[in-house]
Structures are given as structure tokens and as C-alpha cells.
Design a binder for this molecule. Structure first.
Ligand SMILES: [Ca+2]
Length: 230
């Protein structure tokens, strides 16, 4: 049996603060540290690799603030940060029976994201939702990789590094106007009259009423809400 141990340390924090009825603040965070020996037990097809290790460290933090601006309007802000790092070590790369060329491989990513959102629900059945969000990441890959020198036949190890910084920004808005009860009832009456006429016509034409009933339920579903995108 090849030594195969994994040690995990995990922590979590949640805190809330409400200085007034109109303001709420929440902070949330986690941290995970996992150290592993890989690849584990000896099997009939693998002798294992006792010197290999892989360490993972991750952190996550979120800050959220909600502020009521008036009886109709609320603004919400959120920011989050996440870091994840995997560090793999293989000290005996390309020596003995280890054919893995990577002596060390480390991936790190830092992600920042945030959102600001405005919600307005006015008393005249109009609601407005608008928001701005961003997400950005910095990714780094570093390590040491070995290759055989074709001239001398010796194994030469070289460091390498790659960086990437993808990001996105999004803005969106939506206005929704709901029919008031009076207008909705009027439209429903008109629709019912139309459907009654259609059913009467179809019944006379084909003797079947079910087709018109199915059409009626579909059409009613379509006018229940009336979204407008801006
Ligand atoms: Ca190894």
C-alpha cells in the first residue's frame, strides 16, 4: 500500500448587519485547504507514485448590500472574490520509472465579480428592473517541464508560464407594464366573444368543438402578461 493521505481544512463565515430597516449588509466567506498524496493505492496495473503531492487552496468571499431608497425602489449591490490554486509536485519526473515530464504544475485563478441592480415597483402597475454586472478573471499557469536534449541525451528541465485575463461586462434593463383589472376583464370578454363565434362557426362547419376550446386556452395564456423590453 502506497501512503495516500488527504488532509482537509475548511472554514466558513457568515455575518449580517442591519443598521436600519432600509439597509441590510451580508458578508459570507469560505476557505478550503486540501493536501493530497497521489495517486494512491498500489493496484495490479500501477505501482503508485509515492513522491507525488497535490495541494488545493480555495477562498470565496461575498459582500452583499441592499438599500431601500423609497417605498417603491430598492438597490442591491453584490461583490464576490474567489481564488483557487492547485499545486502539483512530482520531484522524480523523468527519472526511474516516472515518465510524467512535469516536475511541477501550478494553476491559480482569481475571479472578481459584481452586480448593481435597481428594482422599482410603482403603484400604477409598472415595474422597472435594471442592472450592471461585471466578471473578471486572472489565470496563471506555471511549472517546470522536462525534455530530452537531442544532442546530449540528457533531460533538461525548463520553467514555463502562461497568463490569461478574460472578462465580461453586462448591462440590462426591463420595463413591465401589467394590465389593470378593468382592461384585462374587457379584453377577456372580447376574446371570449371571439372564441364563442369561432366555436359556433367551427361547430357548424365540422361538428367538433374541441379544437376551438384548445385554441381558446392558448390565446388566453398569451395575454396574461405584457412585457416590454427597452
Ligand atoms: Ca513521481
Amino acid at each position: 500500500m502506497v501512503p495516500h493521505e488527504t488532509t482537509e481544512t475548511f472554514g466558513e463565515l457568515i455575518a449580517g448587519y442591519q443598521p436600519s430597516d432600509d439597509t441590510q449588509v451580508v458578508v459570507w466567506g469560505t476557505a478550503l485547504d486540501r493536501d493530497s498524496d497521489i495517486p494512491g493505492s498500489v493496484t495490479p496495473i500501477s505501482l503508485g507514485d509515492t513522491d507525488d503531492t497535490r495541494d488545493f487552496r480555495g477562498y470565496d468571499a461575498v459582500l452583499a448590500v441592499r438599500q431601500r431608497l423609497s417605498s417603491e425602489a430598492t438597490v442591491t449591490g453584490k461583490y464576490s472574490y474567489r481564488r483557487a490554486a492547485i499545486d502539483s509536485r512530482n520531484p522524480d519526473a523523468l527519472t526511474g520509472g516516472d515518465t510524467n515530464p512535469f516536475r511541477r504544475l501550478k494553476h491559480t485563478s482569481d475571479t472578481h465579480s459584481g452586480e448593481v441592480r435597481l428594482d422599482v415597483d410603482s403603484s400604477n402597475d409598472v415595474s422597472l428592473r435594471a442592472g450592471f454586472s461585471f466578471a473578471g478573471q486572472e489565470r496563471t499557469g506555471t511549472g517546470t517541464v522536462g525534455a530530452v536534449d537531442p544532442g546530449t541525451g540528457a533531460v533538461v528541465f525548463s520553467p514555463f508560464r502562461s497568463d490569461a485575463s478574460p472578462g465580461t461586462v453586462t448591462m440590462w434593463g426591463e420595463v413591465e407594464k401589467r394590465f389593470n383589472a378593468e382592461l384585462f376583464a374587457m379584453q377577456e370578454r372580447e376574446l371570449r366573444d371571439d372564441m364563442a363565434q369561432s366555436m359556433a362557426l367551427m361547430s357548424r362547419a365540422s361538428g367538433e368543438g374541441e379544437v376551438a376550446i384548445a385554441r381558446q386556452s392558448t390565446t388566453r395564456g398569451m395575454i396574461i402578461s405584457f412585457p416590454m423590453l427597452v
